[in-house]
Ligand binder design. Sequence first.
Ligand code: GDP
Ligand code: GDP
Length: 439
Amino acid sequence: MKSLVAIVGRPNVGKSTFFNRLVQRRDAIVDAIAGVTRDRHYGHSEWIGKHFNIVDTGGYVQGSEDIFEGEIRKQVEAALTECDAILFLVDVEDGITHDDKEIAAILRRQDKPVVLVANKVDNHQRAADAAEFYTLGLGEPICMSSINGSGTGEVLDALVQHIPDTPEGEGTEDPWDGLPKLAIVGRPNVGKSSLTNALFEEEKSIVTDIAGTTRDTVNAHFNKFGMEFILLDTAGLRKKGKVNQDLEFYSNMRSIRTIEESDVCILVIDATQGFESQDLSILNVIEKNHKGLVILVNKWDLVEKDHKSMDEYKKLILERTKPFVDIPVIFTSAITKQRVLKGIEEAMDVYKRRSSRITTSKLNDEMLPVVKHMPPPIYKGKEVKIKYITQLPTHYPQFVYFCNLPQYVKEPYYRYVENQMRKHYDFTGVPMEIYFRKK
Ligand code: GDP
Ligand code: GDP
């Protein structure tokens, strides 16, 4: 599993500006074309060959101007529980504030690595001002300007010292012999525990708890109704109150880890509330990690409905998840147990689709005619010729289209090819990646 790094600090010190600098920009382009806005608090980053995931904790705070001290403290503590390293940002324009001292005190009391960053050091004068942050007791501050980019290299150099080399791909330390790993995720109170209990009450004896390797997690081995899988992190689900269920931010941080470990995520939403921005940010993490996805609209028993309701409801959800819309949506009730098993069956189907392989010859027989029929638009008077297609031997579907001028293939054409592939093959619930490479 990749290291998870949290950016912490009080509001307005420049966390999100820095975050945006670190994470890949391609998503922003994709979203601009799809005409959607995604809230971006989570992403991948890489520095001198080391890969890590990064969370902007500020992005999860609502109404950031007037959050009170206690709230910041909880956020920092939650980040510490789940993260491997911390980037602590302070603001040289303001100097040391009371909140900075509070955060520093929490960080000093624990042993996760902390990189202290003095932000907004846009010029030399300010570099001298930054020296005062040494008194926070977290070592020498590194000076940075997230706006003009200076100092970011030094910050990353310091950070990656604490980050282990990334093992290739997922599943390298799989203690479960390749069984599908499912995760039930979602905001607090949508019914995750109730669904888990409904599932396990069916037959208690078949459940074996397996202590998680890295965190205080409990995973359950399910083997019933012809389905065998590992359900990740059931500790927080079955023993209520053990974790901070009330703290949305905490459950988000915890979900991030669980999502990263999983193969397929079951994202539960509350039918009485609809698809909200918090649901979208969880979906965002699932998609960024290329995990399989099923959406469960739970508490369906509480919704007044006629025969059209499900279709309409599904349409509304997919309106929000654009551009990824090829997602199974199942309507459940944990109380009446309606379609709970169906949700799991669908997740198992997603697992199969995600691990399916299409042979090179099949791909070329079926997809080459499609792209030949509708080639990329002529660019600067040049014609892009696609020669052949192959699937990479990875954990999720990735396809390479070899051609003469890959740099002339633009984002809309990527979308077009993906849509065509989704029409030809069944990848429902499975994020995929398409590349154009020179040949
Ligand atoms: P957050 O609340 O910690 O996420 O802070 P933001 O990233 O939203 O930044 C708060 C304000 O500080 C914005 O107006 C930014 O443009 C500004 N800002 C961020 N980084 C820098 C910097 O390096 N130099 C200067 N001068 N301003 C910055
Ligand atoms: P979690 O925080 O996501 O684990 O949510 P819980 O499983 O604790 O459920 C939160 C509340 O919603 C509890 O009061 C449940 O009884 C209720 N609830 C959960 N699922 C359903 C459902 O399908 N229908 C109805 N009517 N209530 C539900």
